[in-house]
Design a protein around this ligand. Structure first.
Ligand SMILES: [Ca+2]
Ligand SMILES: [Ca+2]
Length: 145
């Protein structure tokens, strides 16, 4: 549990850094974070991240996001308002250090800018990098199953 949340924070921090300072201001720091993440990915400790490990990690993360969304959506309307967003434990932690980053993150995640984060927006990658090669960014808006 502890390990998982550390990982999440690390990931979130990396994300935050990447859109807070687009440049390589803290290159060393970010590299370290990346290494840490890699370490966690590498569950069998062979120094490499296999596809299976990656996949397992992504799935775990997706499940966690789902969980987080549900528990943050206090009024169960399927959206997260800013107030609800701020109740997510990792966001609470983030707010302690970088309150202004929360607004940025929220805005970034709110793709249609309606002031609410819908479940599908929450599940999307929050980073806006790599506009050119958006492989499968526009998955169809199938109704929530
Ligand atoms: Ca809500
Ligand atoms: Ca929205």
């Amino acid at each position: 549990m502890k390990i998982k949340s550390t990982l999440l924070i690390g990931t979130l921090l990396a994300m935050t850094l990447s859109f807070a300072h687009g440049q390589d201001a803290d290159k060393g720091k970010r590299k370290k974070i990346k290494e840490n993440i890699l370490k966690r990915f590498d569950t069998d400790g062979d120094g490499k991240v296999s596809e299976a490990e990656k996949k397992a990690h992504m799935e775990a993360r997706a499940a966690q996001r789902d969980q987080q969304f549900k528990s943050a959506d206090k009024n169960s309307d399927g959206n997260l308002s800013m107030e609800e967003f701020k109740t997510i434990p990792r966001i609470v932690k983030m707010a302690e250090r970088r309150p202004q980053a929360i607004n940025k993150l929220f805005t970034r995640m709110d793709k249609d800018q309606n002031g609410l984060i819908e479940a599908k927006e929450f599940k999307m990658r929050a980073r806006g990098k790599g506009k050119g090669k958006g492989k499968r960014k526009a998955k169809r808006n199938t109704a929530d199953s």
